[in-house]
Ligand binder design. Sequence first.
Ligand code: SAH
Length: 464
Amino acid sequence: MEFLPLFHNLRGALVLVVGGGEIALRKSRLLADAGAVLRVVAPEIGTELRELIDRSGGEQILRGYSQADLTGCVLIIAATDDEPLNAQVSADARQRGVPVNVVDAPALCSVIFPAIVDRSPLVIAVSSGGDAPVLARLIRAKMESWIPPTYGHLAGLAARFRHQVKNLFPNVQQRRAFWEEVFQGPIADRQLAGQGAEAERLLQAKIDGEPPAATGEVYLVGAGPGDPDLLTFKALRLMQQADVVLYDRLVAPAILELCRRDADRIYVGKQRADHAVPQDQINQQLVVLAKQGKRVVRLKGGDPFIFGRGGEEIEELAAHGIPFQVVPGITAASGCAAYAGIPLTHRDHAQSVRFVTGHLKDGTTDLPWKDLVSPAQTLVFYMGLIGLPIICSELIKHGRSADTPAALIQQGTTTNQRVFTGTLANLPQLVAEHEVHAPTLVIVGEVVMLREKLAWFEGAQASV
Ligand code: SAH
């Protein structure tokens, strides 16, 4: 091991920073976050750095470095672009036995800055010993993505109960087992979901020896339109901890693959004419599984609250007092529009956008057509393929020009994405010509023209 990682208590301690530029500022920010008092010496010091120095209760010395500046400092940072000066600072510090860091010169350092994941009070430091800082940063980025931002709150929870637990279990092993259960079970889930009071109540009950409630939890998770890269961190985290996954046809196989390997997967169908499991049975199934103590992910295409019946499913859960969380997803409109190069609003073309269901009840025309034809408005039809001839003819009949540009986006955001553009007049014809099938999104409005300039994503796409 080239460097021993130690965490340094700098509260109220004087730290010398030599240099007044951008790099000095970056290091000073970290030092100030850790409560250090900054002494910065440089002929010129930027405004932001000056403010930081003031806030830290420190001092700015507007001249070149002098050895005397080291006096009283517990840590020295050389952050200038003057190599001989950096080397001088390093030598002076070492001579006095004070830890020194020279930015971007590992050989001159007695201490180095790691890449940091800050979930205070939990802090993770990663270092490559100065050999490959980019590698350390990449690892850091990975950790940032899978450790929830509120993870540090678990440490706070533990701190509040530490004494009680210590009294209860004088034996270290028992204590460790107790905390392992807490940090990986429903108590941690509550805390991470922002329900601190409930987490405390459950932890107290556990300490008091009450048997844990058998109730599991349901996560209603938006899986986005298809590209697995469009999942949120939270969706992925919950998918990887759930015991059971209920999914329907809109959820791409590549996304399902990201669920925990040993989780039970239950297919519940749900597509036009393929109601493998009727909605009320799905609602019921969620309740039954949760009551067995399972953590259940209900995975939905796009966003669960946009034409996803997510509301109905959690109404049932709420009625049974089952805890649930809702994780938004990228809805088909956002995903498909972005991947087709069609901005849904634009200062010159559309001041508003409307998400409309094209699933016409019994083939009748029960949409508010008059509202849908107002100008400078983009319309996005979900489930609009079957009703498309009616949709186009009604829009034209109620006053939207037959020349209005329109697009069909099939399997948007996936490698199978196909995009066809035309007008309200010929859109139904394009469906037949190109054998367009579900899932397909329909976008109507002048913004569709922008695709000519803005298309960027090459799936198996075609444009007409
Ligand atoms: N909750 C989902 C929508 C469910 S309704 C969401 O927020 O996206 C189902 C309809 O969504 C489909 O009929 C289709 O119109 C649209 N859709 C969903 N995913 C799509 C995709 N990848 N490409 C094109 N359309 C999609």
